[in-house]
Design a protein around this ligand. Structure first.
Ligand SMILES: [Mn+2]
Length: 309
C-alpha cells in the first residue's frame, strides 16, 4: 500500500468499550492514545489522517442488567461491534487504512468482521495477526469469568456466541489457517483445547525466546498472507511486558521487551501487507503519566513504516 506514490490515508476510529473487561478504565484508551499525539505523529510520518471520532458504545452504568453470566453484556458488545465493523468497511472502501483504538479486546470482533466483509465483496479473504499475552480463545462454556474480551479470537474463527460469530451474516471471518497468535503466556486450562482444536498457529513467549522475534513474526506474516489480500493486525498492549506497558487491562509479566515489540511492528511493516490495525486494552487508570498510550503510538508508527534511518 505504500508503493503507490499517493499519500497513504489512515482513518482513526475510537471504540471506547469496556463492557468486555472485568477491570474498568479501558474506555479511556482512545482518549489517552489521541492525547499522546497519534494524529500529529502519523501526519509527520507522511500519512493523510482523518479521525472519525468514537463509535457509540453502551455505558455499563446505564445498561443495568449485565446479561448472561457466561458472556456478560453480550447484546451491547455485539451492537457496538456491528457499528464498528460498518465504519471499518467504509474506511476501506475509501481506500484508507482503518486504525481502531480500543477499548477492550472484544471490539476486535467488529474490526475483523468489517475488514473481512470488505474483502469478501471481491471474493478475497483476509489474514489475522493477533499479538497478545492471552489467547483470547475462551468460549462462554470455558471462560472462568464470562468476560467477552477473553473470547474475540475464537469468535473470529467461528467459535462462540452466534451474535459475534455470525455478524454480517457469514462465518467464519478468518480461516484459522490464516491466523497467527503471537506472544501468549497466560492461557486458561479449558481454553487450550480451543487453541489446539481450531488449528490457529500460536507462538508462545517460549518460542519467541528460543527463535527470536524476527523469525516468529516472519512466519506469522507468512501464515496471514497465504492466499489472502493482506492481514489485520490486532495489538493488545499486554503483549508488551508490564515494565514498559503498565497501563493495560490485564498485565502479565514475561512479555515482549521494548525493543522486541518495536521489532515485531517493524517486521510487520516490512511486509507491506497490513491492511488494517487496532490497538486495544490501554488503561489510563493504572498507567503512569500516559506512558503506555505513548508506547502504543510508537508501536503504531513502527507498524505503519517509521524507521530509525
Ligand atoms: Mn487480548
Amino acid at each position: 500500500m505504500r508503493e503507490t506514490g499517493i499519500k497513504p490515508a489512515v482513518a482513526v476510529i475510537g471504540a471506547p468499550l469496556d463492557l468486555g473487561a472485568g477491570r474498568r478504565g479501558v474506555d479511556m484508551g482512545p482518549s489517552a492514545v489521541r492525547v499522546a499525539g497519534l494524529g500529529g505523529r502519523l501526519q509527520a510520518l507522511g500519512f493523510d489522517v482523518t479521525d472519525l471520532g468514537n463509535v457509540h458504545v453502551a455505558q455499563a452504568e446505564s445498561v443495568g442488567d449485565s446479561g448472561p453470566d457466561d458472556a456478560k453484556f453480550l447484546p451491547q458488545i455485539a451492537a457496538s461491534c456491528e457499528r464498528l465493523g460498518e465504519l471499518v468497511a467504509q474506511a476501506l472502501h475509501l481506500g484508507k487504512i482503518p486504525l481502531v483504538l480500543g477499548g477492550d479486546h472484544s471490539i476486535a470482533v467488529g474490526s475483523v468482521a468489517g475488514v473481512s466483509r470488505f474483502f469478501r465483496e471481491s471474493n478475497a479473504k483476509v489474514g489475522l495477526i493477533w499479538v497478545d499475552a492471552h489467547a483470547d480463545m475462551n468460549t462462554p462454556q470455558s471462560s472462568p469469568s464470562g468476560n467477552v474480551h477473553g473470547m474475540p479470537l475464537a469468535c473470529c474463527v467461528g467459535v462462540g456466541p452466534d451474535a459475534l460469530t455470525h455478524m454480517f451474516g457469514f462465518c467464519p471471518k478468518v480461516d484459522a489457517a490464516n491466523v497467527a497468535l503471537v506472544g501468549i503466556r497466560d492461557v486458561d486450562i479449558l481454553e487450550r483445547g480451543t487453541v489446539r482444536g481450531t488449528g490457529v498457529r500460536a507462538f508462545t513467549m517460549r518460542e519467541i525466546d528460543e527463535r527470536g522475534m524476527r523469525a516468529v513474526i516472519d512466519e506469522a506474516v507468512g501464515i496471514a498472507t497465504l492466499g489472502t489480500a493482506g492481514f489485520h493486525l490486532s495489538l493488545d498492549m499486554d503483549f508488551v511486558d508490564p515494565q514498559y506497558a503498565p497501563g493495560v487491562g490485564t498485565p502479565v509479566r514475561g512479555g515482549a521487551t521494548y525493543r522486541e515489540a518495536h521489532l515485531a511492528m517493524e517486521v510487520v511493516s516490512d511486509s507491506n501487507q497490513m491492511v488494517s490495525m487496532e490497538v486495544v486494552e490501554v488503561n489510563p487508570v493504572i498507567d503512569e503519566v500516559n506512558r503506555t498510550a505513548d508506547l502504543a503510538v510508537e508501536l503504531i508508527l513502527s507498524a505503519m513504516g517509521k524507521k530509525i534511518l
